[in-house]
Design a protein around this ligand. Structure first.
Ligand code: WT7
Length: 661
């Protein structure tokens, strides 16, 4: 493990304004401290109180935490509820039927507003359509759709009937989609004819066809297709059905399926350090509680807010902070189909202006690329837009470097909006370490302090606490309601990945390193301590990319993948490849590198394409035959290494590896 061991100095802090503090749900540091103390004094009592406040239960729970089969924790297990009821019907019962739930902006700028009453009706019809095809509680449904009202409706509809959804990001390839469909054993796939991004029409249904043709997906009985562009797509009756035909005959109401709090709400695949992506299984009750609670406290959401989370529903951020959290609070939110740079790099700023967005949540990668764009194209600069509606900004997915933080604060937030740098993971369900806007001083580069009730800490490799100011391993010492429940179909992997024996199975292991400020105790995340990369906020396993490369058996003999720092994407993928044929150079090497990139795009998706590909006759290995990854990381960074290379069989390869294509 590479752990940062140097103390982080405390750069200047920004205190929230008096108004921010006064009006915030969690008003002032003392209010935060009281919540932390309440949770410390009675962890279960604290979470039970909030679960009663934030969730409407069909049957109230009497049990809070069940740790009898740790680390397979259960929360509120004898309570029953329905997530879609909590996100839709409940708001209508509270008089919000005519309130706008979703402001959908299409790639071409067309805007559709959907009220809570309309969203409920669409959800009910879709839920009825699924039921009419025999989809039942506990069945898995794969959703392969882009950002759309229909995508959100599809998720809510599954929740309504107790089907377990698994959304697959629309940028994943047919191979990656097949693997996920096969692993879930889905009975249905929901998709659209095409998706539209940045003015381009891209396939969805055709990718589903390819995925199913790859085999191993016999569980799939139906593919339900929504029309987005109206493009002609191959249709394979009776398996394929047009969603519109099904919906036309469905009743507009649908009795929710009341499920146990522990009933899986969804599976979402994410990369680990070894093997295939794992299906992270989330619960209904604990998950929904944290989705609603963190939306309220971290974003300080109020009824009049317009919230915009720019994530895709294919990632966990799009689950918690688009499909569930804001709706559970009866909020109004923006859903955006397109990309930040189309028709130009002012798109985000224009949308904030047009929709009077008050709370904006995006990724550092987007900010960094928009900074570059604003500097090179004056018309894309945020100064051309009225961003005065904004009051809170959020960041997620990767560390935000202080320079990007300052720009975001000054140019987007006008120097007045607190930035919440939210640290969390697919597995954690929602925010774990984050400032609360009216409670914390903000320090660029630090995600500040644990959300009340989250027992995050930094320990050494034996699990002993390390003093503030010293780097270590980030752990969570107590279970929390929204935590991952299992790795779908692989409980052993759940245990070994998240409750490893290194800590006698006592602590949840996040997989990140962290350091606490010596004075304030503020957390700074120092990056993954395993072989997981974070490229543009997307998580990718190095092994996954390696196995995709070596599966190109006509070309590749051996491959190793490491990350290297990148100004825009945070980390960039760097692949070291030994070819079966002779070592190529110049144009020929560039051509082979191009072929390998296309191969990866087909095997996993374009997001996994290596930025650098380097060829050599061999990879540097230790005497015992282990690839010297640390050495490769230095080579990838362009560092002249001080590491011992005396064990290298063929030192000349270091020179070969210096050239990136
Ligand atoms: C990994 C989780 C969180 C939802 C989207 C990504 C990194 C995430 C931060 C942050 C520093 C961060 C960690 C984490 N990460 N947020 N605010 N500061 N690092 O979810 O794909 O499960 O990735 O993203 O390395 O482990 P994910």
């Amino acid at each position: 493990m590479d752990l940062a061991t140097t103390a982080v100095s405390s750069p200047s802090a920004y205190s929230p304004s008096k108004d921010t503090v006064r009006n915030a749900h969690i008003s002032g540091r003392a209010a935060y401290d009281r919540l932390v103390a309440e949770a410390e004094a009675d962890h279960e009592g604290y979470w039970a109180r909030l679960a009663r406040e934030f969730i409407t239960w069909k049957t109230p729970f009497t049990q809070v935490l069940d740790d009898s089969n740790a680390p397979f924790f259960k929360w509120f297990a004898d309570g029953t509820l329905n997530a879609s009821y909590n996100c839709l019907d409940r708001n209508i019962e509270r008089g919000l039927g005519q309130k706008t739930a979703l402001i959908f902006e299409a790639d071409d700028g067309a805007v559709t507003q959907v009220t809570y009453a309309e969203l409920l009706e669409r959800t009910c019809r879709t839920a009825n359509a699924l039921r009419s095809l025999g989809v039942q509680k506990g069945d898995r449904v794969v959703i392969y759709m882009s950002m759309s009202v229909d995508g959100v409706v599809a998720m809510q509809a599954c929740a309504r009937i107790g089907a377990i959804h698994s959304v697959v990001f629309g940028g994943f390839s047919s191979q990656a989609l097949r693997d996920r469909i096969a692993d879930t054993g889905a009975v249905a796939v929901l998709t659209a004819d095409q998706q539209v991004r940045g003015g381009k029409h891209l396939p969805l249904k055709a990718v589903v066809d390819d995925a199913l043709a790859l085999g191993g997906c016999d569980s799939v009985r139906h593919v339900l297709v929504t029309k987005r562009t109206g493009a002609e797509v191959p249709f394979n009756a009776p398996r394929d059905l047009w969603m519109a035909d099904l919906l036309a005959v469905q009743p507009t109401t649908c009795e929710p399926e009341w499920v146990s709090a522990e009933h899986p709400l969804f599976l979402l695949y994410t990369s680990g350090s070894t093997g295939k992506p794992k299906g992270v299984q989330h619960s209904t009750g604990g998950y929904l509680l944290h989705a609603a609670l963190t939306c309220k406290w971290t974003f300080d959401l109020k009824p009049e807010d317009v919230f915009w989370c720019t994530a895709d529903i294919g990632w966990v951020t799009g689950h918690t902070y688009i499909a569930y959290g804001p709706l559970a609070l009866g909020a109004t939110e923006v859903v955006f189909e397109g990309v930040p740079t189309y028709p130009d790099a002012g798109r985000f700023w224009k949308m904030i202006q047009d929709h009077l967005v008050t709370v904006f949540y995006t990724a550092p990668t987007a900010i960094r690329s928009l900074i570059k764009a604003a500097e090179s194209t004056p018309t894309a600069h945020p100064r051309n837009y009225d961003l005065s509606s904004l009051r809170i900004l959020g960041s997620v997915g990767e560390p935000i470097n202080p320079a990007a933080w300052e720009w975001y604060h000054q140019h987007i937030g006008g120097g007045r909006c607190p930035i919440v740098d939210t640290f969390w993971q697919t597995e954690t369900g929602g925010h774990m370490i984050t400032p609360l806007p009216g409670a914390h001083d903000l320090v660029p580069g630090s995600c500040s302090l644990p959300f009340p009730g989250i027992a995050a800490d930094v320990v050494d490799e034996a699990g002993n606490p390390v003093p503030w100011g010293q780097g270590g391993i980030l752990v969570v010492k107590k279970p929390w309601p929204a935590m991952i429940r299992n790795v779908w179909g692989d409980p052993e992997r759940y245990k070994s990945s998240y409750y490893p024996q290194d800590f006698q199975g006592r602590y949840y292991l996040a997989g990140d390193g962290a350091i606490r400020d010596a004075v304030t105790g503020n957390f700074t995340i120092t990056g993954r301590i395993d072989d997981v990369l974070n490229v543009s906020g997307h998580r990718m396993g190095t092994m996954e990319i390696e196995s995709a490369l070596v599966s190109c058996t006509t070309l590749v003999a051996e491959a190793a993948v490491v990350g290297r720092p990148d100004d825009t994407t945070g980390e960039a993928i760097c692949a070291f490849v030994v070819l079966k044929g002779a070592l190529p150079a110049g144009k020929e090497a560039a051509a082979v590198a191009g072929e390998l990139r296309s191969w990866i795009a087909r095997e996993i998706g374009p997001i996994a394409k290596p930025k650098d590909i380097r060829f050599a006759e061999n990879l540097p290995k230790t005497r015992s035959g282990k690839i010297m990854r640390r050495l490769l990381r230095s080579v990838a960074k362009g560092e002249t290494s001080t590491q011992d290379t005396s064990t290298l069989e063929n030192p000349a390869i270091l020179e070969q590896l210096g050239q990136a294509y």
